[in-house]
Write a protein that binds this ligand. Structure first.
Ligand code: KG4
Ligand code: ZN
Length: 337
């Protein structure tokens, strides 16, 4: 007798991406994301608009994820949903939807921490890191070094005390008049630039923590001063400026990661979050890995940025553990592991 497959619908709505994904017996068979372009003209995510766009997109996105997977609602065994951290109004759309659907189908809910979801995205494809590993989670909202001892046994070793690494990229891009989100534009312009052209100061924070706000301010003052002397400064030096700020952010991120890896004696190193797409970071991480004898893991790009596949995957592990949520599940804007 064959047992029924474990089919889980994952839902993600913590920020500005509405995602739905189907995980069947631990394999992702569909992953749909509707990214909200409305925030572009404001140069950052507008929470009220994000909630509204999630409301519009959640049903079409879930329908498409089911359709592509060839799965009916009645085949689902459980619904995994992001509980937090994130924007409260945005999270409420996903959690309310998940609760209603779980009630209608009489199936359990699995609540997933968004950050743990990012980290567990490493188990979607092979090869995956073995425990214990260190994960550098770098996104628009988070910058963390996490020691991952088990699927849900994680310890934060370091975190940003102010802005996230992605925000540092986005703010630098805004100062330069580039598009939003800015990380990708800095990355593109940096390709042709000299990373040592403008030496921006390295922030100093004890331990494995980070701080990016001072770097942002010194970048702003530097650009303002240069523009006073030469109004065409940005235009004439965009590749060098981009390469230099990218170099500073990347090398700062990796410095603490190396410290943590050495102190913990861990050589399995994973990268997660939207900033993992940065080509400078990938290159520098691989170079460091050669020197430090690390094994490096970087998920497929679609699993680096916000997505529901990582939520469905985390949900699969929770399902196996029997770790179900109660129906009073409420989203949390801030939460640790
Ligand atoms: O993980 P993510 O999609 O959303 C959050 O949970 O925040 O990350 C978005 C962040 C943005 O700050 C964006 O600028 C950054 O990832 N990002 C990049 C690149 N692609 C996206 N930063 C640097 N280089 C890139 N190529
Ligand atoms: Zn995220």
């Amino acid at each position: 007798m064959t047992s029924e497959p474990i089919i889980i619908l994952g839902i993600e709505s913590s920020c500005d991406d509405t995602g739905a994904s189907i995980c069947k017996d631990g394999k992702i068979i569909s992953n749909i994301v509707a990214s909200q372009s409305i925030h572009k003209k404001y140069g950052g995510v507008v929470p009220e608009l994000a909630s509204r766009a999630h409301q519009q997109k959640i049903i079409p996105v879930v329908k498409e994820a089911l359709e592509i997977a060839g799965v009916e609602l009645t085949n689902l065994q459980a619904i995994a949903v992001t509980k937090g951290p994130g924007l409260l109004g945005a999270l409420m759309v996903g959690t309310s939807f998940a609760k209603s659907l779980s009630m209608a189908l009489n199936i359990p809910i699995l609540e997933v921490n968004h950050l743990q979801g990012h980290i567990l995205s490493h188990f979607i494809d092979e090869p995956h890191p073995s425990f214990p590993f260190l994960c550098l989670l770098v996104s628009g909202g988070h910058t963390l070094i996490v020691e991952v001892k088990g699927y849900f046994d994680m310890e934060i070793l370091g975190r940003t005390t102010d802005d996230a690494a992605g925000e540092a990229f986005d703010k630098a891009a805004k100062i330069l008049g580039l598009g939003y989100p800015g990380g990708i534009w800095i990355d593109r312009h940096a390709q042709a630039g000299n990373p040592l052209a403008f030496p921006f100061p390295e922030p100093k924070v004890p331990g494995f923590d980070y701080s990016f706000s001072g770097l942002k301010t010194s970048f702003l003052y530097f650009i303002e001063n240069q523009m006073k002397a030469n109004p065409d400064f940005i235009q004439e030096n965009l590749p060098d400026i981009s390469a230099s700020i990218q170099y500073r952010i990347v090398h700062y991120l990796l410095k603490s990661l190396r410290l943590a890896a050495r102190e913990k004696g861990i050589r399995e190193i994973a990268l997660a979050g939207g900033v993992a797409a940065n080509s400078g970071l990938r290159k520098a991480l691989n170079e460091m890995a050669n020197k430090e004898n690390w094994k490096v893991y970087i998920p497929d790009f679609q699993y680096c940025t916000d997505n529901a596949a990582m939520i469905a995957m985390a949900g699969h592990f929770k399902y196996l553990m029997g770790d179900f949520s109660d129906q009073e599940l409420v989203p949390m804007a801030r939460m640790n592991f």
